[in-house]
Design a protein around this ligand. Sequence first.
Ligand code: FAD
Ligand code: NAP
Length: 308
Amino acid sequence: MPEIYDVIVIGAGPAGMTTSLYAARSNLKVLLLEQGAPGGQMNNTAEIENYPGFASIMGPELSLKMYEPLTKFGVESVYGIVQQIKINKDYKTVVTEDKTYIAKTIVIATGAIHKRLKVPGETEYTGRGVSYCAICDGAFFRDKKLIVVGGGDSAVEEAIFLTRFASQVTIIHRRNSLRAQKIIQNHAFANPKIKFLWHTTVEEIQGDERSVNQVRVKNKQNHTLSTISCRGVFIYIGVNPHSEPFLKLGITDQNGWIKTDAQMKTNIPGIFAIGDVREKTLRQITTAVGEGAIAAQQVYLYLQKTET
Ligand code: FAD
Ligand code: NAP
């Protein structure tokens, strides 16, 4: 007879780790499935300055701090790429690439993944100058000129981080005002290594057989084309939901974000969703962990109701 978990949590970002911690502390049998390293997008974040309790902390360090207590409270943490969920009469089955697991409830915490720019050269030069992760790749560009594409929190914050290594960072944005939080904008405006190119889009990333050496850009106001020399291009133009395995369940909106109520319940009893994969307006570590705590309590109440 296979093991039956009280709850299977899919995704070990801040949302999934928090819900696992809370559920385990309620004495529930918890399985946490993750396809990579625990931490989610925090592993790709340089400095976090808005997580209460830490004036500033590197993303991978916060990931470790969130992960450490899970084993102590009995969370079973397993590698697995979840491919689908099947709903049976009494239980739910989670199917990974090589195993199936059974649970009474499921919490989906699969987060979001960076969008691609979809211009010529992006795929060809990924890993050879094109990157989506400043903390992973920034140090390769010591004293080099870099481009950052985007105008949101990620682009501006990671551009600031990249100035630790680069000789110059040019932020290319399609409008003339940033979407990033004001405090982040102010830091960038005050940084002498950061330049801005407004009303501009990247049309192509070019290079030689080894690496990137320039981008071709277009001014959206006068439609002129020009080139800018650079050694690296960091792309931060937003995120898409990591929800492909759940699309057939009918719990997503037209863009793939999972719809829930304020208690993190989807429209399927016993299936909850939390964190960035939810349809919501504020995607942050603080909101992810808050939703993790709410979902764990709702799992507990659901099990109490269905088992009495
Ligand atoms: P994620 O962190 O995305 O974690 C989801 C996890 O699910 C991942 O580990 C993924 O591998 C796993 N997963 C996905 N699909 C599957 C599957 N099929 N099977 C198994 N596992 C799966 N927020 C802040 O508050 N402060 C910041 O300074 C900050 N900086 C940021 C910088 C960048 C560059 C980015 C991109 C985001 C930043 N954010 C920041 C936002 C913050 O990282 C997210 O809001 C938060 O990580 C969301 O947590 P989550 O647990 O919902 O999802
Ligand atoms: P975002 O907020 O969606 O911003 C994406 C940026 O890229 C926008 O400026 C957008 O331009 C631009 N853009 C989108 N598509 C483009 C395209 N095809 N070509 C060129 N530019 C394009 O995404 P994000 O910055 O990655 O942030 C994702 C989430 O994580 C947000 O909720 C954010 O608040 C959160 N986050 C928080 C922090 C923090 O709290 N410190 C740090 C990082 C991320 P427009 O402005 O014109 O739309």
